[in-house]
Design a protein around this ligand. Structure first.
Ligand code: ADP
Length: 168
């Protein structure tokens, strides 16, 4: 029997968007197990705590087989090793992602030569989407329906105390 293929999908996920979800589902179709790993970086300010971000991912993923979520601090290569991942999944939305992702991939390869990186592309409708943009729209009460899972939409509305009725 061949060994199970485990992929780590690391990131900030502050909060998870439909772009992240699209990527996680694509990864789940390729690998036996996908672990979404929420990076806890005290140097970065975030809207949601790592625990909240994991809970939002779990809520959004309900029913997606083989995908789990956790949070970690420290090196992503150490996190990959701890969950037995042979592959790290990252998203490429546009050429602008490439340079940063390339740097990160080469540094991670230096740190952990056996860990491969697989870049996946989301559906076209999510290529412009990122968490920062969604937070800005939500902060000002704009419509975010269809950009994030429903539980994330609710959490953003609560955090900003907005109805989301404007800019329809
Ligand atoms: P980071 O701070 O590590 O970039 P993010 O939460 O922004 O974390 O993203 C995590 C991963 O998800 C990255 O590989 C990023 O390219 C990917 N990603 C983010 N948004 C999208 C999207 N809309 N479509 C596809 N991949 C995405």
């Amino acid at each position: 029997m061949s060994a199970k293929r485990v992929a780590l999908f690391p990131g900030s996920f502050d909060p998870m968007t439909n772009g992240h979800l699209d990527l996680a589902q694509r990864a789940a179709a390729i690998f036996d197990r996908v672990v979404i790993a929420v990076a806890h970086n005290p140097a970065k300010t975030s809207l949601f705590t790592p625990e909240e971000r994991v809970a939002l991912i779990e809520g959004a993923l309900a029913g997606t087989r083989g995908v789990t979520a956790m949070h970690f601090s420290g090196l992503v290569v150490d996190c990959a090793r701890s969950v037995g991942a042979q592959v790290m999944v990252r998203g490429l939305r546009a050429v602008s992602d490439f340079e940063f992702e390339f740097q990160m991939a080469l540094m991670n390869r230096r740190l952990s030569p056996d860990l491969e990186v697989a870049f996946l592309m989301p559906s076209q409708e999510y290529t412009y989407l990122n968490s920062t943009l969604v937070k800005e729209v939500a902060r000002h009460g704009g419509r975010i329906r269809g950009l994030v899972p429903l539980n994330v939409e609710r959490a953003l509305r609560q955090r900003f105390r907005t109805s989301g009725r404007s800019a329809r």
